[in-house]
Design a protein. Structure first.
Length: 345
């Protein structure tokens, strides 16, 4: 069997034009693992309300961060793919869960090169219904419908793998070197609380009560909340951060249902009111900078902090195409290839 690699990230509109943004938001928000309500309710909410009100504002946000080469998320993901390709002996393709760079196209690119065994790498450190799960479900649907003769295996959530924690910690340390900051905020993308309970394979462990994420359980293999807090804990330990000098929050909530707390915008405001004058913020739910990091955090977050009286607001870039991160991915690919070869013998 010939092996190939498919890196998969979230996706992006084709342009910051409201028409393209509306098309992208429609695909994204109609995903039943993103807005997990009955189809009739999702249609009413997304097509009846959101797509008639939000695209213009979202397009304006994209216009603020759009690069000359295109969408930052796409450009950075392509750079990562190219660097990984230079480190491994297998064809590497890139796809997005949403938008025109489809998983089908990514698999087709590999199949056209003779690949019949694919290692799919969701570019999300933590497992979540709205990220990893929706990628894997769609990839299997596409495989069955269009590529029934290929085999797909995938990289599990890597939030606690020592090599990932090390490269993330070193990146934070490097970008904050010489910076005077009083507090480091770990901001993760938010999800509705019900997603945590739906992902609980034990059907009883995840109560979101302040203790369940610290109590050992098989539920943690698929618990986004636990995995976020665990990244914070492991990085803080690696960087020898003192208690009280760092915290965890969640950004990008939508609608009126309860989402994971504390919320990032309110946390930034609270820290400013508590006397924090110089803060740094890192976004470990993403490996590539995107709208949520470049606009929501670096622009909106900074504005909130300055309005409350804060001074320095330092954002740590995502890992993007950092050479050390590229080496980690290449090592994972080679480990997979060796294991698959042994299994087939």
């Amino acid at each position: 069997m010939k092996k190939g690699i498919l890196l998969v990230n979230l996706g992006s509109p084709d342009s910051p034009n409201p028409k393209d943004v509306k098309r992208y938001l429609g695909e994204f928000l109609m995903d039943e693992r993103v807005i997990d309500v009955p189809l009739w309710a999702r249609n009413l909410l997304v097509k009846g309300i959101i797509l008639n009100t939000r695209p213009k504002a979202s397009a304006a946000a994209y216009q603020k961060i759009w690069w000359e080469e295109g969408s930052p998320l796409i450009v950075l993901s392509e750079r990562l793919k190219d660097k990984v390709q230079n480190k491994v002996d297998f064809p590497v393709a890139l796809a997005m869960r949403y938008g025109s760079m489809t998983i089908k196209n990514g698999l087709q690119e590999l199949v056209d090169k003779g690949v019949d065994e694919v290692f799919l790498i969701p570019l999300y450190p933590q497992f979540a219904m709205a990220t990893t799960e929706t990628i894997l479900v769609l990839a299997e649907e596409v495989r069955k419908q269009h590529f029934p003769d290929i085999k797909i295996s995938d990289l599990p959530a890597f939030y606690n793998r020592p090599e990932y924690i090390e490269v993330l910690s070193n990146s934070i340390k490097r970008h904050l070197e010489g910076k005077d900051f009083d507090h480091l905020l770990f901001s993760y993308h938010g999800v509705p609380e019900r997603h945590i309970r739906k992902s609980d394979i034990t059907k009883s462990h995840c109560k979101i009560d302040g203790s369940c994420c610290k109590t050992p359980s098989s539920a943690h293999d698929f618990c986004y909340r636990h995995q976020c807090f665990e990244v914070t804990r492991l990085v803080a330990e690696k960087l020898n951060l003192e208690d009280g000098t760092y915290s965890t929050s969640f950004q990008s909530r939508l609608g009126f249902d309860p989402w994971l707390q504390p919320y990032t915008d309110r946390t930034i405001e609270r820290l400013g009111k508590d006397g924090i004058k110089n803060m740094a913020i890192v976004t470990p739910a993403f490996v590539s900078d995107c709208l949520e990091t470049l606009e929501e955090i670096a622009m909106e977050g900074q504005e909130i902090f300055h309005e409350i009286g804060g001074n320095e607001f330092t954002t740590v870039p995502c890992l993007n195409d950092d050479d050390a991160w590229v080496r980690v991915i290449a090592d994972w690919i080679n480990e997979w290839a060796i294991a698959e070869t042994v299994l087939s013998e």
